[in-house]
Design a protein around this ligand. Structure first.
Ligand SMILES: [Zn+2]
Length: 137
């Protein structure tokens, strides 16, 4: 038996309140519910993070997330919706099975994300981009 809680949900070994399922994805209500209608979209086959997603999984996640986001919008009429996805402990990932949070948002709901911009000069952006392009191959 897997120790991964999301693999156990996919295998129906532990309960979850399901919202959507297709070949590659399973979506269910987040137990924490930052706001009512907070859904997690995960992949059915274990992948720890974005880095580990197979292309077929990646191709499936965003259409599912967009479809569910529209359903959340229609059902809960939130003022906004945040899409949150963390990779690695330093990024805030706590369940190490890839998942995307769809969080309905309201003014003053208390959800916060610090965004400490550095505004480096254009030459630094080119230097950073070159490192990424070199790794893309
Ligand atoms: Zn898993």
């Amino acid at each position: 038996m897997s120790d991964c809680v999301f693999c156990r949900i996919v295998a129906r070994q532990i309960p979850a309140t399901l919202v959507h399922e297709d070949e590659h994805t399973l979506a269910f209500m987040d137990l924490g519910q930052v706001n009512p209608g907070h859904v997690l979209v995960t992949v059915k086959s274990h992948a720890e993070s974005l880095y580990a997603l197979e292309d077929a999984q990646a191709r499936a996640v965003l259409p599912a997330a967009a479809r569910i986001a529209r359903a959340i919008r229609d059902a809960f009429k939130p003022a906004g919706l945040s899409v949150y996805q963390a990779n690695g402990k330093a990024a805030g990932q706590t369940v190490f099975h890839y998942h995307v949070h769809l969080v309905p948002r309201h003014e003053g709901d208390g959800m916060a994300l610090s965004w400490p911009v550095k505004n480096p000069p254009r030459e630094k952006l080119e230097e950073y981009a070159q490192k990424i392009r070199a790794s893309l191959g």
